[in-house]
Ligand binder design. Structure first.
Ligand code: MG
Ligand code: MG
Length: 255
């Protein structure tokens, strides 16, 4: 059997995903508040685990293909999949935090990039352009649009700012599983690609490089870095397509 996209979500299913999304939003707000020079990425992971446990949710990153933490913590040139550990954030760094949660068997997944103390104007611009690219893509997630419209909107914001869309990594369908079809590319052509339907749920996640858009994996088997060491940012939301347009299920105070 081919791995087909899931059928549209029912109201009860969407309610479970909303609940999972609220857990993820709380993790974002709590970890973002803890980001400062000197904090370890392991400490940020502990915050996420506390929120998941207190809310009676389950982690979806921990144990995913053996991943050892509840969040991915990816500083500077690490695009995605950084493993939390003893590394201490330093003034001027940027840190991407990606996490998810499961409620009643339904998944949510979202990411943000934050400055650590004062950062360079270029680093701040990279963060903001990536956030704007996410919002531009979300605005296209309406019944009858196509995934090419979403990718085109993301790509236009990123390339218009002189940055590049990271290759080889894309967003995804989400629901009973963290990652399910279809892929949601961060580039595309208007009017092309899979048709977006009411009840669809997607994780849209622009990954943006200030330099090279090709990547390589570090020897830890997880961390993905830009090919030239340029810094990268990553923003993600889980979004449902409703009659009223796109509904962000992981809405937080950050985005
Ligand atoms: Mg994610
Ligand atoms: Mg994702």
């Amino acid at each position: 059997m081919p791995d087909r996209p899931a059928p549209p979500r029912t109201t009860a299913e969407l309610d479970a995903m909303r609940a999972a999304g609220r857990v993820v939003a709380e993790i974002h707000e709590r970890t973002a508040a803890a980001v400062r020079p000197g904090v370890t990425t392991a400490a940020l992971d502990r915050i996420a685990r506390e929120v998941i446990e207190r809310r009676g949710a389950r982690p979806n990153f921990l144990g995913y293909h053996g991943f050892p933490a509840a969040i991915c913590a990816s500083p500077n040139e690490i695009v995605v999949h950084g493993i939390p550990g003893r590394r201490r954030l330093r003034e001027g760094d940027i840190i991407s935090i990606d996490c998810g949660a499961i409620v009643d068997g339904w998944h949510a997944d979202a990411a943000f990039t934050a400055p650590v103390g004062d950062v360079s104007p270029e680093a701040a611009r990279l963060i903001e352009v990536t956030r704007q690219a996410l919002l531009a893509g979300i605005a296209q997630m309406c019944d009858g649009k196509r995934l090419g419209d979403v990718g085109h909107a993301v790509q236009t914001v990123v390339e218009g700012a002189g940055f590049g869309v990271v290759q080889d990594y894309v967003g995804h369908g989400i629901g009973r599983r963290l990652h399910q079809p279809p892929d949601v590319p961060n580039e595309g052509r208007p009017g092309k690609g899979r048709r977006i339907r009411l009840g669809d749920t997607y994780a849209l996640e622009p990954m943006v490089s200030a330099g090279a858009t090709h990547t390589r994996e570090l020897a830890d088997g997880w961390s993905v870095v830009t090919g030239d060491g340029a810094w990268a940012a990553h923003w993600e939301h889980t979004v449902a397509v409703t009659e009223d347009g796109p509904e962000v299920l992981t809405q937080s105070a950050l985005a």
